[in-house]
Structures are given as C-alpha cells and as structure tokens.
Design a protein around this ligand. Sequence first.
Ligand code: BJ8
Length: 426
Amino acid sequence: MSEQYVSMWKDLGLDLEAHDMLLEVLGKGYQDIYRNQKERPEGMSYFDFVLSEVHGLRIKELMDEKAAGRKVIGSFCVFVPEEIVRAVDATLVGLCTGADFATEEVEKILPRNTCSLIKSAFGFKLGKVCPYMESADMIVGENTCDGKKKSYETLQNLVPNLYVMDLPQMKSDEGRALLRAEYFRFKEAVEKLTGVSIDAERLKKGIAMVNNKRKAIHRLSLLRKADPAPISGLDALLANQVFFYDDPVRYTDSVNKICDELESRIEKKEGPFPKGAPRILMSGCPMAVPNWKLPWIIESSGGVIVGEESCVGERGTRNLVNDGGNTVDDLMEAVVDRYFKVDCAIFTPNPDRLTHVEEMFREYKADGVIHYGLQFCQPYIVESMPVEKSLEEKGIPTLRIETDYGMEDVGQLKTRVEAFLEVLKP
Ligand code: BJ8
C-alpha cells in the first residue's frame, strides 16, 4: 500500500511502524497462501485488489463518506443488523479479529486463556493498527459468549463509543422478545447517531441492499456443489470475508460476476482441484481475515473445502429478510425473524445447528466434516462434541480441531488433516 495513505493513517492515530509491519506480514501471507493457488477464477482479481487495499482505498472511501456526513459503525458479530445501519445511510464494517497482535499488551488486561478472536480485537486496538476501529463512530459489542460479554467491560475503557447490544441465549418467545427490544433500541441509537429517522422506505432500501448481497454470496456457495468444485475453499472464504468490509453494491456485482464465470467453469468441468478430490465441509467458529491457516492446510493437503458452516459463511448469510411489509414495524419484525434464526453456539439448546451441518454436508456433497474450534471458545468447543456425535451416528466422518492463530501447530495439524483426507479417499 502506497505512501498516499500515510497521512490518513496518521490522522487516524495509527502506529505507523507497527502498521507497516502488519501490512508486510499480511501481504506475505496473502502471497504465499492465495497467489500461489492454481486455476483461480479470473474474477478473484477483484478480491486480490480489495485485499491489497483493505487498509488503503477502502479506508479512504470510509473517510470520504464521513466527510460527507455519513457515519461508520463497527461490529464483531453477525447479529448486528446491517439493514438498520443501511437505513440511516451509515456503513457497517467488520472489525479486525483474525490475527494475533500486541499479545503481550493484551494479556496484561485479558486472561491468557481468552480465545484468539477476542484477543485479536484488543491487540489491534492496543497496537493501534486497525483503521476500521479508529474510523468507527460507533462500535457495537454484543452479549454473546462470556468471553466477549465480559471483555466489552474492559473495551469500554479503551474506546469512547462502545454500544453494547444484549442478545438472547434461548430460542423462546422471551428470547425473541429480547432480540426485538434490542433491535428497536439499536434503531433508536443509530437514528440518534446519524440524525436520520428511519421510515419504511429507508428500511426497505436497507433490506434490499443486504438481501442482494446475501443472495449473491449464496449463489456462489451453491455453485460449489459441482464436482470438480469450480473455486477453491480459500477463494470462497475470502469472498465471504470481504462481505464484511466492502461497499455492498460493488461487492454484490463482483460476486455475481464471479458466479457467471464459475457457471461456465462448471459446464467445462474445470476447477482448481481434480474431480474426486476429498470434499470437506468446515463447521465451527468464524474465520476473520487473515485467519486462513486451517483452510490452507486442508487445501495444500489435497482436500477441497466446499462449504463453511460458520458466521463467515452460511450461518451468517443464509435466510433473507422478508421485504414485503409496508410499515417500519412490519419490516422490523421481519428483520427480527431473520436474525432470530441464526444458530450461533451461544444458544442453548441449539438443535438447528446440528441439522444445518448435516444438511450442508449432503447439499454440498461433502465427504467429511472438519469442525474448527478456537481454543478457549467454550460455546463451539462444547458443542463440537454433540456435532461430532450426531454426524458419526449417521456415518459422516468428522474431525474435530482445536487451534488458535499461532503457527506453532501447523505441522501437527497437517499430519491430522492428511490422515483424515486419506480415510475419505474412495
Ligand atoms: S453469531 S459465532 S459472530 S458470537 S470464537 S468470540 S464465540 S469464544 S465469534 Fe460469533 Fe456472533 Fe456467534 Fe457468529 Fe466467543 Fe467463541 Fe471467541 Fe467467538
């Protein structure tokens, strides 16, 4: 990324030296993992560009929006409803949580045995290297897992603009009522932040924009049913990750263009992996940029990932908001209905997730499931056991992996993944 952004980063209060280091590591990781793949769809050049400008041009766009009076809202969770943010002409961005940074500093204020995702958010803040966090006018935390919920009490002291959204833990009528009340409270908060009052027309527009984005990425997902899969899991993951950063209209167009290309690849039976390569469904914790470790291990060992049962994947993108209502209240109810279906492991009990993993396994014609749990993530690690049990009862091979953002366990993980892929071979 070029010199032209230095003054912007300085104005945002970034630590330029640390930020340079981060960009260097990110660039190298991207080169090694992404650019070295074979037979990538041409349309992925768009995502190469987005990634190369993720702290540059995209931040410049956000700064331009702010200069024009629009607001930027940062989020850590797919429960933050983008439709409501769009309805006030604000922009929702996912905050950086996919890499270790300033770990020593983080462990002075959070226990060492906190999951990497939470530590990463704090590391980017303490290390002053996340331009998204620094440009946000409001940062939304959500009471999901205990780690996040409690760490927001500490984050409150580090950022001036944290808004905490309460979330239900049970799929009951009371749970839905809580989500509904919280979404109305959030609506009021963003109206206050922006000075824009949401009417039905605005909310409908927001819903349409986000629905279109979800339709496009879901179209891409469905194309991965083909054998050979027309796109690698790494590239599909990247498209899912960029979902949280990019301009939504441009993103939708770019994903649809790739889908057109993938359709013609499917006709020609082309793909980055040979027909018959072991097909993997990933399930578990979300993988934020640049967390590509496990997918890279799987695909460099000859497996192809054909789906992600994850918030950076289908858990985050399945289901659209019904845009048929004509009043703000009707449309808000539809927003609540859509998000209340998200089957995050913070819910108890959470039987829908077990059903979805199995459905996805069958729909994407996978040969096995790899469950990815971040170390110290209680909800997903505890739930990985019933997931494994229910899959194995149906004869579906499953491998449970627990890891973090460090690279120390790459060799060991590779050995386990290779052995699993061997079992899946016909
Ligand atoms: S809806 S998955 S994005 S909460 S990995 S921080 S759960 S200890 S990220 Fe999530 Fe929303 Fe749920 Fe999705 Fe806690 Fe686990 Fe860490 Fe996690």
